[in-house]
Write a protein that binds this ligand. Structure first.
Ligand code: SF4
Ligand code: SF4
Length: 274
């Protein structure tokens, strides 16, 4: 495959990982288990529709989510799994018109969510790598990812996602070490809960899997900082430049508090509720 064709395919995949709720049957509002304490309207079991989900699969309180402090709803992002699984159902309808298929549909959604999340990270890993052999390995994992999500629901549910995840994690770890400016033997704390990091220089720091709930990152320098899996709920990123930060996802950004001066990486959008 030519490099140009490869780049086009990766760009198409990146686009498909953006949510398109118009093409979805409200899967996240039904399939997931939710807790009121996490910013959802009620404690709700997986498979039970939210009381605010309308018959056209739109949210009845969409315009009031911020006012009602529904942080869980505002923050959620399915990496495009919702529309993909809905389209997959095709003439089989949706969880409402075809209740016999509902359980399978919800399970498929959670599997595609995980695979799409890994695809998101792999795309960034590919762009960060300058080693052709490593890029080939990442490309193979991306192709495998697309093949897995293209499977029929029953075949996909028999997929061992854990085995695939292990391969993805290995390559992400490699890339994380390559981009870190700190020596591998110098361990940085992962606990930044409520810490004031405002204005400090964290260029190239490894915040992967760090606990950063309510941390104040306002104006901090974060070029090349790795946020893979970091918990950024309620972190303050007002007036902060994250445009060169690594492994951020829309779900992480949605959960933070930013403003018009916050700069984001190109593949992320400014949340409407900021
Ligand atoms: S599952 Fe995804 S696409 Fe569907 S409504 Fe939820 S966020 Fe939107
Ligand atoms: S409040 Fe709206 S967005 Fe939140 S779970 Fe219910 S229907 Fe979905």
């Amino acid at each position: 495959m030519t490099n140009r064709k490869m780049m086009d395919q990766l760009a198409d995949l990146q686009k498909s990982l953006n949510i398109d709720c118009e093409k979805c049957c409200g899967l996240c509002c039904v399939a997931l288990y939710c807790m009121k304490t996490d910013g959802f309207p009620d404690n709700k079991a997986a498979g039970v529709p939210c009381r605010y989900l309308r018959s056209d699969f739109r949210c009845d309180i969409h315009d009031r989510l911020a006012e009602q402090k529904m942080k869980g709803c505002l923050g959620y992002d399915c990496f495009g799994a919702g529309q993909k699984v809905t389209q997959k159902m095709g003439k089989n309808g949706n969880w409402k018109t075809n209740p016999q298929k509902a359980k399978e549909l919800f399970q498929t959604f959670t599997v595609v969510f995980q695979l799409h999340q890994m695809a998101w990270y792999l795309l960034e890993a590919w762009a960060l790598s300058s080693d052709q052999k490593q890029q080939t390995e990442i490309t193979a994992l991306i192709v495998e990812n697309e093949q897995l999500t293209a499977k029929a629901a029953d075949a996909m549910l028999n997929t061992d996602v854990a085995v695939y995840r292990e391969k993805v994690n290995r390559i992400l770890k490699q890339i994380s070490h390559q981009v870190a400016v700190m020596p591998a033997n110098k361990k940085m704390t992962k606990d930044f809960l409520g810490k004031n990091l405002s204005g400090k220089n964290f260029d190239g720091s490894d915040f992967s899997m760090a606990l950063m709930i309510a941390a104040n990152l306002e104006g901090a320098s974060l070029r090349g900082s790795n946020f893979l899996g970091a918990d950024l709920r309620d972190a303050n990123i007002k007036n902060t430049d994250l445009s060169k930060s690594l492994f951020l996802t829309q779900m992480q950004i949605n959960a933070t508090s930013g403003n018009l001066k916050t700069k984001l990486p190109k593949n992320l959008v400014r949340p409407l509720h900021w």
